[in-house]
Design a protein around this ligand. Sequence first.
Ligand code: SF4
Length: 386
Amino acid sequence: MHGRKISLYVHIPFCQSFCDYCSFPRIILSEPAILADYLKALEAELHSLRNFLGARTVGTVYIGGGTPSAGGSEFVRRLVDLLVEQVDLTGTQEFTVECNPDDLNSSWAFLRDSPVTRISLGVQTFQDPRSIGRRHTSEQARQAVRMLQDMGMGNISLDLIFGLPSSSIHTMEEDIREAHGLHPRHISFYGLSVDEGTKLHRRVCAGEIKVPDEEKWIGQMEAGRRLLDDLGYKQYEISNFSIPGYESIHNLSYWTGGDYIGIGSGAASRAGCYRWYNPFPPDCYLNLDFSPWESFPPWAEEVEIITPQLLQNEMIMTGLRLKKGIPLESFQSGEHIEEALRTFLASGHLEIENGRYRLTDRGVLVSDGIFSDLFATIDDTDLSLT
Ligand code: SF4
């Protein structure tokens, strides 16, 4: 294991307010004093990793949320300093921080002299971001991108959502063209999902707003993908597009079965043959006894043993998210999954190209259904420890 690369994810579960469509685990940052306690806990958790990390190299770092930038520039600066002090970043190829446009101002100029190499900015739409509960305006989004570029942060990824209430192919294409005009190197292009428990779900059910039906949703997705390609953003994963050479190394490592450690409240980790989750909400995380550990931490929740078979099957599914697909030899993993794959080949949802299986355009459109069918074929050989 030693010498292997590992990805490090730092979860900041705070948001200034909740967006109408969001169902992620997060809490409102109502008491800023919690930030100092949270940093202290992260420091202790990082310290506890030392034995585990051993000679492993941290290949990528990703600070995500929630909204890391909700804590302000001083919080993020202190967090980055902490990582520099506690982790050997000499082999780190990519260091991303997620930000929201309304949090950014000139005090973020420290980024220029930090190890941060990439900013992922939650823009979502240029039409009327506040109509979906975002805190920023479209002008703030434009200003945030320009400000980051003026600071020398050229490697910017923008998140866009299609299928929004009252949207059309025309408004979605306007969003992509606006984004392109700001010259980001990477665009994540996600379809809106109306999840139970969200404000959006309540408003849709109450008939206050309408979201595009399935046919229109698919129409926006197909047109968006074509436009992104025309504008030079090459699709490398179902929802991710980049100027060639600017694919997210961190996320690619997840999708190709790399080990990752997540620290912070609610963060997930997978290393060796274990997968586990840190306690959530932050109140349950802050006072943990972060003692050193070797295989998985004693405070972990939902620890699973991942058998080689399960890992292989998961890699098949995450690998199929990638545009290039996965090598044919990946499929020596059991009768059930092979049978399911043969069915998808026959139905035209999968194809074989250059010695690799990949989703066809038709398969991409119903990828969630394909993945859940494939998941259902996996033998339940993993063993839950807690
Ligand atoms: S900022 Fe992000 S994590 Fe927070 S509520 Fe909005 S979408 Fe969810």
